[in-house]
Design a protein around this ligand. Structure first.
Ligand SMILES: [Zn+2]
Ligand SMILES: [Zn+2]
Ligand SMILES: [Zn+2]
Length: 320
């Protein structure tokens, strides 16, 4: 759609919104160039007016850019620099002329100088990690990467080799055997499995496994929750008549879930059914067992035995 013709005053308003102002009279058509200057007094474009076409300023504005060539150049350089830091974890020590030039940088992970450093286009498309010393394309040997993944809470597909810690690496979560495809370098900020995260369960943070009992149902129930002061689970149980008998802490949520799963499976395989309320299920009834069949202390010693077993498997992990 063609826009109506505008005069000098309207053009001035439009240009100001793009960070420039006319020093010539606007020629009245968008296809003729005229001189403008940047409205930022510190900018080179302020003291040295330059010619523009109104149509070109409009195109820039659609892309979220200002009309001043100098400001645009500077903003792009700032963007490139911040992408080097954000995506590549390196700090450029020289100006970045363009995305295809190797940039001498300082690694923010291992604090070594990378010279020649990485190229921003390769960092952006994931072909190259920022630092050759520690974050290059192949950061860890395959077996070490697999070990790290396991301690994070998932098992990468044995047929898919490790490529880089910023590449999706499919596998299955240890807690629930969900298919997942996490990237290894997010292990500090989140769990490996999207399905587990959607349930509000965080497999990589400390968790409690608890035993609660309900006198009127004559039932014991085990469950897991995040081990944090904000957690209200046990309080909520108390409100509905469940008394906390025991708790045990796990460094990793997926371990707690593993123990919970194996205990409940063993009850059901021994034909110990969940306890119903007058023939009806209720919130969490699938994790219950009758206290007429197993005492609270019997339940708890089974839990502790399963916990010892999984902790023995984990050992001490220096990686996390
Ligand atoms: Zn400027
Ligand atoms: Zn490094
Ligand atoms: Zn999962």
């Amino acid at each position: 759609m063609k826009r109506p013709k505008i005069g000098h005053v309207a053009a001035t308003l439009e240009l100001r919104a793009s960070g420039v102002e006319p020093v010539d009279q606007y020629p009245g058509v968008t296809s003729k160039s005229f001189y403008v200057r940047c409205i930022q007094p510190q900018c080179q474009g302020h003291t040295e007016p330059f010619p523009v076409y109104l149509s070109a300023v409009r195109k820039l504005s659609e892309k979220g850019r200002v009309g001043c060539i100098h400001c645009n150049k500077r903003n792009r350089a700032i963007q490139r620099r911040s992408d080097m830091v954000r995506l590549g974890h390196v700090l450029p020590v020289v100006e970045i002329p363009d995305v295809k030039t190797s940039v001498r940088s300082w690694c923010l992970r291992c604090w070594k100088i990378c010279d020649p450093g990485p190229r921003l286009d390769n960092i952006r498309n994931g072909k190259q990690g920022g630092c050759d010393h520690c974050g290059g394309k192949r950061r860890l040997p395959d077996h070490e990467a697999r070990e790290r993944a396991r301690h994070w809470g998932y098992v990468p597909d044995p047929n898919i080799p490790y490529t880089s810690d910023a590449t999706k690496w499919p596998g299955r979560c240890l807690a629930k055997n969900h298919y997942c495809e996490p990237v290894l370098n997010s292990h500090k900020s989140q769990g490996p499995c999207g399905a587990c995260a959607a349930n509000g369960f965080k497999p990589h943070v400390p968790a409690l496994l608890y035993l609660v009992t309900n006198a009127s149902l004559i039932a014991g129930k085990i469950g897991i929750c995040e081990d944090s002061p904000r957690n209200r689970r046990l309080y909520e149980h108390k409100r509905t008549g469940w008394i906390t008998i025991e708790t045990i802490r796990f460094a990793m949520g997926f371990e707690a879930r593993h123990v919970e799963d194996s205990i409940i499976r063993s009850w059901r395989s021994r034909r110990l059914p969940p306890v119903l309320d007058d023939g009806y299920g209720y919130n969490g009834y699938t994790e219950t067992v009758s206290l007429l069949e197993l005492s609270a202390s019997e339940i708890w010693s089974e839990v502790c035995a399963a916990a010892d077993q999984i902790r023995g498997l984990r050992g001490d992990c220096p990686l996390l």
